[in-house]
Design a protein around this ligand. Structure first.
Ligand code: FES
Length: 92
């Protein structure tokens, strides 16, 4: 419960057409909903990017500099809990 929140988490969502169609449209909604419901929006730098040339592996995200491919809702929620933990992680 004594997590440190000194540093902003960084999440970059590929918003190229392939990644968007493969799931990043929904993933972006999951991220925004998680941040809003847990009142942690100020702790995350959320940005979008254009096609990163890895369309076949999408949907792609970069979290704190680490690339993630084929990101689905379950993986995304695990990542959010890791980089932006809350005291009440009831979001499912
Ligand atoms: S659209 Fe995301 S890598 Fe191409």
């Amino acid at each position: 419960m004594s997590a440190k929140y000194d540093e902003l988490a960084s999440i970059t969502v590929c918003m190229g057409s392939s990644c968007f169609a493969r799931g990043n449209g929904d993933n972006l909604e999951v991220i925004e909903q998680y941040l809003a419901e847990n009142n942690v929006r100020a702790r995350v730098e959320l940005t979008g990017s254009r096609c990163e040339g890895l369309c076949a592996e999408g949907p792609n995200l970069i979290v704190n500099g680490r690339p993630f491919q084929k990101v689905d809702r379950g993986m995304l929620l695990d990542l959010l809990r890791e980089v932006c933990p809350t005291t009440e992680s009831t979001y499912e």
